[in-house]
Design a protein around this ligand. Structure first.
Ligand code: FMN
Length: 160
């Protein structure tokens, strides 16, 4: 089964989780950029309120065609207990995703709130079946703990 990991990462944590899983499973990686290009301060002043309101960012690439894949994992940092505006935009930007398996994953300081459930619901609303969700804290990432969690979910979804 072909697997694609699509993610947004502002400060590198989600990127690290996505890259570890891609290396372990052979999945393709798509890193999405938020065209707002927030500074750290603006992430809190502008980005977090947008996340709270469930808004979508303008992202690059603007269209993500997953026709070639059987499983699509979508990853986001948690902002204000929600998925980032970029992650909301990733789900909306998917093309040919209907009927495929989806995985939602998130990194956070430790209080993910409803970010994962929210992201999983959005993925399901695009006609995909969410087969698993994975959250990892910044402390765990720093210690290198549970970094194989996403790869395990991907392997289960691909029947490996
Ligand atoms: C604007 C902003 C809001 C955040 N809100 C939360 C939050 O609600 N709960 C939490 O546990 N961590 C929160 N964090 C911490 C990030 O989710 C965490 O550091 C994450 O791993 C960052 O991922 P990244 O390095 O891929 O951008 C927030 C960080 C930023 C910049």
């Amino acid at each position: 089964m072909k697997v694609c990991i699509v993610y947004y990462s502002a400060t590198g944590n989600t990127k690290m989780v996505a890259e570890a899983a891609a290396e372990a499973t052979g999945a393709d990686l798509v890193e999405v950029k938020d065209r707002a290009g927030y500074s750290k301060v603006m992430m809190y002043l502008k980005g977090a309120p947008k996340a709270r309101r469930g808004e979508k960012a303008e992202i690059e690439p603007a269209v993500i065609d997953v026709a070639a894949y059987d499983v699509v994992a979508i990853g986001t940092p948690v902002w204000a207990f929600r998925p980032t505006p970029a992650a909301n935009a990733i789900v909306a930007a998917l093309e040919n995703c209907e009927g495929k398996k989806g995985i939602a994953f998130a990194t956070s300081g430790g209080a993910p709130g409803e970010a994962l459930q929210n992201l999983a619901r959005q993925i399901e609303e695009r006609g995909m079946t969410v087969t698993g969700t994975f959250h990892i804290s910044d402390t765990e990432i720093k210690k290198g703990e549970r970094l194989d969690g996403l790869a395990r979910l991907i392997s289960t979804a691909s029947g490996a």
